[in-house]
Write a protein that binds this ligand. Structure first.
Ligand code: SF4
Length: 234
């Protein structure tokens, strides 16, 4: 598998303390991406690591997976490497390791992978197809199709919305969409825009004035709660 980097993180990439792998390559190009170096499929800084090497490394880290922790695959877009990822996820489940994926939810392989994922985190960046394409370079249709199928199946889902001034600040539109779906086992989180990865764009960063205040995040939480949708902060 092509891995850009890895490290431990507590609670922000799934439950407990987790070994987080950033896999190389993404099929979106979100203009605010904080991991812009993970977007190209080729990157000389990324390392090819076999499934068996990764399994070995993960098993050796087992004592670090405290408080319900385990392994998280993120990106880039982890599902671009679906075949190897599925092989690794099966091995991890056979070894009783907790698995988590953070995904843009666009992959047609997501339902195959889902069976071997204990904690699934999906992003949705916009509620409108044209605006989604404008800001991410990709269609919203597959994202919605996958999220709707996952919710229909009744599985746990952690749905994240990055909140960006001038891009998607319309809590009512998001909440209205989700209020029509089966969200009993879903929680929603709102991530305020930041610029921690701006330097990785090497001067090509295009978002201006994207910051939002706590009042905007609170408005998202209150609106979702009003529609009966559960919200969390990590
Ligand atoms: S989906 Fe995630 S990794 Fe891919 S471009 Fe968007 S923010 Fe970056």
């Amino acid at each position: 598998m092509l891995v850009l980097n890895k490290g431990f993180n507590y609670s922000q990439d799934g439950p407990g303390n987790r070994l987080v792998y950033h896999l190389q390559g993404c099929n979106f190009a979100c203009k605010w991406c904080s991991n812009a170096d993970s977007i190209p499929v080729d990157n000389s800084k990324a390392k090819q690591i076999s499934v068996s090497q990764m399994l070995d490394e993960i098993l050796r880290s087992k004592m670090m997976f405290f408080d319900g922790g385990g392994v998280t695959f993120t990106g880039g877009e982890a599902t671009l490497q679906a075949a190897e990822l599925l092989e690794l996820l099966k091995l991890l489940k056979a070894n009783s390791i907790s698995t988590c994926i953070e995904t843009n939810a666009s992959s047609p392989r997501l339902s195959d992978l889902s069976e071997f994922i204990d904690y699934l985190i999906v992003d949705i960046k916009h509620f409108d197809e044209d605006e989604h394409k404008k800001w991410t370079g990709a269609s919203l249709a597959n994202v919605k199709k996958n999220i709707e199928a996952l919710l229909d199946s009744g599985r746990q889902l952690h749905i994240r919305i990055p909140v960006i001034n001038g891009v998607n600040v319309n809590p009512e539109a998001f909440a209205l969409y989700f209020s029509k779906l089966k969200t009993e086992n879903a929680v929603f989180e709102f991530l305020a825009y930041h610029e921690y990865g701006k330097d990785k764009w090497l001067g090509k960063y295009q978002i201006e004035n994207g910051f939002v205040g706590n009042d905007v995040i609170n408005d998202f939480m209150q609106t979702f709660n009003r529609y009966g949708l559960k919200t969390v902060s990590t």
